[in-house]
Write a protein that binds this ligand. Sequence first.
Ligand SMILES: Nc1ncnc2c1ncn2[C@@H]1O[C@H](COP(=O)(O)OP(=O)(O)OP(=O)(O)O)[C@@H](O)[C@H]1O
Ligand SMILES: [Mg+2]
Length: 389
Amino acid sequence: MARVRLVNVVKRYGRVVAVDHVSLDIRDGEFFALLGPSGCGKTTTLRIIAGLETPDEGEVYIDDRLVNDVHPKDRDVAMVFQNYALYPHMTVFDNIAFPLRARKKSMGLTEEDIKRIVVSVADLLGIREHLDKYPSQLSGGQQQRVALARALVRKPKVWLLDEPLSNLDAKLRVTMRTELKKIQMKLGITTIYVTHDQVEAMSMADRIAVMNAGRVLQVGSPSDLYNKPADTFVATFIGSPPMNLLPCTLAETSLVEYDVPEEISGGLMGSGRVKTTFQLSCPGFTLPLDPELGSKIARSGVSEVYAGIRPEHLLVSGKKVREVGVVEATIEVIENLGSEVIATARLGDELVKARILGEAGFKPGDKAYLVLDPRRILVFDKKTGRLII
Ligand SMILES: Nc1ncnc2c1ncn2[C@@H]1O[C@H](COP(=O)(O)OP(=O)(O)OP(=O)(O)O)[C@@H](O)[C@H]1O
Ligand SMILES: [Mg+2]
């Protein structure tokens, strides 16, 4: 097991900055995911850790050892590639044994030792009965297990997995997700898992680094990223359907409060206390804002914002259940996903996604009320995209 640390790592390919000042601190035994869209630099970052690419700037540490100049085979890491390649002319057994045989002398292993290790890893991955077959005789999922077994057989300090489930069909991917997580927990091996699939990262990782355009935007636990996304990119990348972002303006209302009601005093009470409340003025509706957050936004001078509302915090109702935090909308699309129903509703100029609980009694064209919980609204600076907290 090992800790992996990247300090200000930069990798350029000509004018493309594939990895842009990335710093990460991956804990011993942690399941850490690098998550981001295609081309954001995930594979390059992983290859730098493996030693297959040399960074232009910055340092890579495994435990407390600087490994920038250490050869890949001496880093004690094992990588499973996006397109894992098994040797087609070798049996499953020989494929898994390959890394051990390559180091047989230096590791002081006998053929008996190799057999014992290969069988135990094959057991762990549930492929023991396939050891005598050739890769072409296996399904995609079984081949993937062989590739994972081959990477584990040397008991590396760090397991580097680059989209290892991307070649599998949706159902098998879900099964393998659970199995991989179980194996990782059982072995307690530090694992860095690259994926562009947010559900995969959210369901398996202890912590996730969200990347875009070579940069790390946020590192956190799945719930940190979900509940407190650092910016609008993370907010919309995590969660499905994605968070609604509505352009709004901060509005401030000041009222003078008197100890004695004005109708009794006849307006002769002199000065009272000024009470300021904050609202978000959004397309088609106004939302009350938490006073502390409102005054913070006002103090920072930001007035143009995005109100971020997750679909599950926007409920569709046929009745106007209360006055505050309820807005009228028109249903445009109803998607029944089985476990939940998602409505696309028009709110002024904007389309929003909302979750319908229970049976959907709505059809396109229906008027409906969207019920918002003002406490669940996140506010982002429209110019920078950063979360205001
Ligand atoms: N060997 C290379 N030569 C030139 N450019 C490269 C090379 N490897 C990667 N790049 C570029 O660096 C950027 C990051 O690539 P990388 O493969 O790390 O992305 P990724 O996040 O793994 O994407 P994907 O999800 O599609 O696998 C891309 O713009 C890519 O085109
Ligand atoms: Mg990649």
